[in-house]
Design a protein around this ligand. Structure first.
Ligand SMILES: [Zn+2]
Length: 214
């Protein structure tokens, strides 16, 4: 069932390890099939090195297993909550990637200090309040701060990226870690200026309209 999505979500999960965003079995990626509403998600506690496409679990919007022999990720309720409340979202990733999570540890949102931030994330990568891992708490905290940025930092915890496909959510997770590393280095040297809103808009509009190959 959902072979294409299963492959894509598997590939994205493996990429999290290859890109150095996760260790052992921390983190997870999921994808939604817009036709059935079914969600494909990483199983709980399986190392990325041994993860195979057939290990992924397919669940319905209520989290009931449609296909798969393994238990879905413990973070599945957060993914389900976000898919339910954000109908345009098709892919969600959660990591504790080091540089981005160091900002989350301090409860720091990341303003548009760099043109690369304006391109991919807009005016601000928001950070939530602290939220418990029970029920819908993290999902609710994310919705409180969600803006145009596909990435949200979770205070004292880590990162969620959300976009209309698993591959786009992966790109946001990789780009987030990259800009967080640059900012970490910059903040050791001083306090960078934040780009003015009109400059942020210019970079964002260019990146979201005609950037790349047509
Ligand atoms: Zn986590």
């Amino acid at each position: 069932m959902l072979e294409k999505l299963r492959k894509e979500v598997w590939k994205v999960n493996i990429s999290l390890l290859k890109c150095g965003l996760v260790t052992m079995h921390s983190g997870n990626a999921s994808g939604r099939d817009f036709q059935t509403g079914y969600i494909t998600i990483k199983p709980s506690g399986v190392d990325y090195e041994t993860l195979k496409p057939e290990n992924l679990v397919i669940v319905n919007q209520n989290g009931e297993i449609i296909e798969g022999a393994l238990t879905p990720s413990v973070d599945m309720p957060i993914h389900l909550y976000l898919y339910k409340n954000l109908p345009e979202i098709g892919g969600i990733i959660h990591t504790h990637s080091n540089y981005a999570t160091s900002f989350a540890a301090l409860g720091m949102s990341i303003p548009a200090y760099l043109t690369a931030i304006a391109d991919e994330f807009g005016s601000l990568i928001p950070c939530t309040r602290y939220a418990s891992n029970e029920g819908d708490e993290i999902g609710k905290a994310i919705l409180e701060v969600k803006n145009e940025s596909p990435a949200v930092l979770i205070k004292n915890h880590g990162v969620f990226t959300l976009d209309n496909s698993p591959e786009k959510a992966l790109k946001a997770a990789v780009m987030l870690e990259d800009i967080a590393k640059t900012l970490h280095l910059a903040l050791l040297k001083g306090e960078p200026d934040i780009l003015p809103p009109e400059e942020v808009k210019k970079w964002w509009d260019r990146y979201h309209s005609w950037y790349g190959q047509r």
